[in-house]
Design a protein around this ligand. Structure first.
Ligand code: SF4
Length: 263
């Protein structure tokens, strides 16, 4: 099936591609995306109002007392690391970028807890810069079921997606893939019966599900230390760690909706 057919059906399935993290500016989106690792957008959206009310910018957060930040971030899981990364990130933004969020992947991935995935989310969502395609556990799973790859490393999956999808579509496509996996192409039980991609998708046509088969060659790798401050890549059979199980065409609307799915 042609890439165009998949893209068209995906647009039909997800007409409103967007990031479900609430934010008012690039700084808030960067921190919120870091916090979404091993958590949910819903949970992150619950804690960020308190966080940004108390420490609204990089200067304020860089001067924050770590225990106070930890306490606010506690519900998101891995809160000590997340608090440390957030405060360190704010300090680096203040020291090296005049308190602003840099606009390149190279500069973003120098920040603690920021891997390429988080950089893509921030650049695409906050600035409308198509730096790549966000490959979280949802994007990995959906594209795997489509038969677009048999890779377990998100970096390799991203490269394949970037080669297939026109660059002008990268940002919206990334959001759509994540949202489709979050709400329709579910890990345990994909809702093929109501999926507009059913005629295109091998799994939808009744072929074995490579995701559920647990093949070692396609099982997404575990979260790395660097990814831990970014969106998730988790193996399909792992229990959801942290708290309640739970990342974004052009710059998305600030303070938007509240997603439930894990990143
Ligand atoms: S047809 Fe089923 S497996 Fe394929 S994308 Fe849709 S929900 Fe996922």
């Amino acid at each position: 099936m042609s890439t165009e057919a998949f893209l068209g059906a995906l647009k039909e399935a997800v007409p409103d591609p967007r990031c479900e993290l609430n934010y008012r500016n690039p700084f808030e989106l960067l921190i919120a995306t870091q916090l979404s690792a091993q958590s949910t957008d819903v949970m992150v959206n619950k804690v960020t109002p308190s966080l940004f009310q108390r420490w609204p910018d990089a200067r304020a957060l860089a001067a924050a007392e770590l225990p106070a930040v930890e306490e606010i971030l506690r519900p998101t899981g891995f809160f000590r690391n997340k608090a440390k990364h957030a405060v360190e990130t704010a300090a680096i933004l203040l020291r090296d970028h005049d308190g602003q969020v840099p606009r390149t992947v190279e500069e973003l991935i120098k920040l603690p807890g920021v891997a390429r995935k988080t950089a893509n989310v921030v650049l695409g969502t906050a600035f409308g810069i198509p730096s790549g395609i966000t490959v979280d556990t949802h994007a990995h799973r959906v594209s795997l079921r489509w038969g677009w790859h048999r890779e377990k490393q998100p970096e390799k999956v991203e490269k394949i997606l970037m080669e297939r999808v026109p660059k002008e579509e990268w940002i919206a496509f990334g959001h759509r893939l994540v949202l489709h996996g979050r709400y329709t192409c579910l890990a345990r039980e994909p809702a093929c019966g109501r999926c507009s991609l059913r005629e295109l998708c091998p799994v939808g046509r009744g072929e074995p599900d490579p995701y559920r088969s647990g093949g070692a060659d396609v099982t997404p790798r575990r979260v790395t230390k660097k990814d831990a401050g970014s969106t998730l890549i988790a193996p399909p059979t792992s229990p959801e760690p942290g708290p309640a199980p739970r990342k974004a065409e052009g710059p998305a609307s600030p303070r938007g909706g509240a997603g439930k799915g894990r990143r």
